[in-house]
Write a protein that binds this ligand. Structure first.
Ligand SMILES: Cc1ncc(COP(=O)(O)O)c(C=O)c1O
Length: 473
């Protein structure tokens, strides 16, 4: 008879120990310790149930960095970034990134910009809008005007974090719906919504759904005119979460940034096309005047006076250091060559999809390396089938519908990142062709938006993930 190995420190092989034969009860805090290599192996293997990061074409977030960058990340994992007094060099790196971004975004005086490294664009957007809300309130109070009805104006093409801001910070959300055939706002629609209580207008460079851009120049021109005609000095916040690291290299003459008078603040995700692993975003204000002083806290218990404008206190420094690594390592030339490659690959994907006649491309202009397409005609199946079938080959390509009033549009999106080579795109095209042919022959039962693909419906995804990891019975 085969006996189970006794459990104890260092006794027996990992796969003969308790952890590999017993259920892990996620509702009970573990009473005993386990060996380090056992805990590591249990988690490492369970995480293999996830999709592969490089094949996750749903995500903008970076999935490849150089070994030297990973070494730097490892070296700086122990630094709590908020301890500026203890880690002044780490703090200086953050400041350096902010000023370099100010220059990249054409601030009139890069030395005058202020900003902060955040966990991502979501934190950056909330902090930016909060500053504009406070500045609006301060202006109104100084003029003896009411401050009880702030509003923020943006289009439905924005990321969910804009709704979160309005909800969390009690600001009326004036969200302009999409049109059935137009997926960004125009300046007239924005003008119809702004008034003296508008704390800020939002415009997106690289929309989440389609990868397009709002007409930022036109919105700026409208806000300049409104300022002259009505005296409302409404700041424009540009959400450059993904586009902020594309446009400066792909289209340096395109004016979307601090060259435009009303652009008061910009956010960008370092962990998207900034080419750093998850955990870093940036908020940059045109100058210190845009960040009300009464929002900046100063703490002294770590030694020295230390100003902070973040939601979090403790946070890892590693991704901020990794961001400076990419700035130094790549420079404009390096980012330019990577962006050019990603755009060339995205264009190839766009053109190849269009050439089949099976798909309509939703962003032929391709300002970003993001390819969005829907099925032409009725081939007897939908994009949700296609997305599910592609997963059989490991590809994660989301299918979803657009927000109102474009909810009838069901589409798929491929985010082309630096680690998606031309060869891989050709294999994706081949797999897509095969999936299309199979589904057209099978004519599967209809799946509609109310029965979405597992990978695009968060609540189903969560249930699925739990079931697969066996954490819940
Ligand atoms: C346009 C836009 N804004 C904001 C965000 C949120 O960014 P983060 O994930 O860095 O918090 C995203 C994320 O995809 C985005 O596409």
């Amino acid at each position: 008879m085969v006996s189970q190995a006794p459990d104890g420190p260092g006794i027996g092989p990992i796969h003969g120990r308790k952890g590999f034969r017993e259920h892990i009860d996620q509702f009970q805090f573990p009473a005993d310790s386990m060996e380090a290599d056992e805990a590591y192996e249990l988690l490492r293997t369970a995480l293999m149930l996830d999709g592969r990061e490089t094949l996750n074409l749903a995500s903008f977030v970076t999935t490849w960095m150089e070994p030297q960058a990973e070494a730097l990340i490892h070296d700086t994992l122990r630094k709590n970034h908020i301890d500026h007094e203890e880690y002044p060099a780490a703090a200086l790196v953050e400041e350096g990134c902010v000023h370099m971004l100010g220059e990249l975004f054409n601030a009139p005086d890069p030395k005058a910009v202020v900003g902060v490294g955040t966990i991502g664009s979501s934190e950056a957007i909330m902090l930016g809008l909060l500053a504009h809300k406070r500045a609006w309130r301060n202006r109104r109070e100084a003029a003896g005007l009411p401050t009880d009805r702030p509003n923020v104006v943006y289009g439905a093409e924005t990321h969910v974090v804009w709704d979160k801001f309005a909800n969390y910070f009690d600001v009326e959300m004036r969200k302009i719906p999409m049109q059935p055939d137009r997926y960004v706002v125009n300046a007239d629609e924005v003008e119809a919504q702004v008034d003296e209580n508008t704390i800020a207008v939002g415009a997106v460079l690289g929309t989440t759904h389609i990868g397009e851009s709002d007409p930022i120049e036109e919105i700026n021109a409208m806000l300049v005119r409104v300022k002259q005609e009505r005296g409302w000095d409404i700041p424009l916040h540009v959400d450059g979460a993904s586009g902020g690291f594309i446009a400066p290299f792909a289209e340096p003459d395109r004016e979307w940034d601090f060259r435009l008078e009303q652009v008061a603040s910009i956010n960008v995700s370092g962990h998207k096309y900034g080419l750093v692993y998850p955990g870093v975003g940036w908020l940059v204000f045109r100058d210190a005047a845009k960040l009300p002083e009464d929002l900046v806290f100063s703490v002294n218990y770590l030694g020295g006076a230390q100003p902070t404008y973040t939601f979090n206190f403790s946070r890892g420094s590693a991704m901020i250091q990794a961001q400076m690594y990419t700035f130094l390592r790549l420079g404009r030339a390096g980012y330019g060559s990577i962006v050019a490659n990603m755009l060339a690959n995205a264009r190839h994907l766009n053109e190849s999809l269009a050439a089949t006649g099976r798909y309509e491309i939703l962003n032929p202009g391709l300002a970003e390396p993001v390819v969005t397409f829907r099925l032409t005609g009725d081939p007897g199946f939908d994009v949700y089938h296609l997305s599910a079938r592609l997963r059989e080959n490991g590809w994660i390509v989301p299918a979803y519908s657009l927000p109102p009033n474009a909810e009838a549009v069901h589409l798929m999106r491929v985010v082309v990142r630096l680690d998606l080579s031309r060869q891989m795109i050709d294999i994706l095209l081949r797999d897509l062709d095969k999936a299309y042919d199979e589904l057209a022959a099978e004519k599967p039962p209809t799946r509609t938006a109310s029965k979405p693909d597992l990978w695009t419906a968060p609540e189903k995804y969560a249930a699925h993930a739990k079931a697969r990891t066996g954490l819940v019975r």
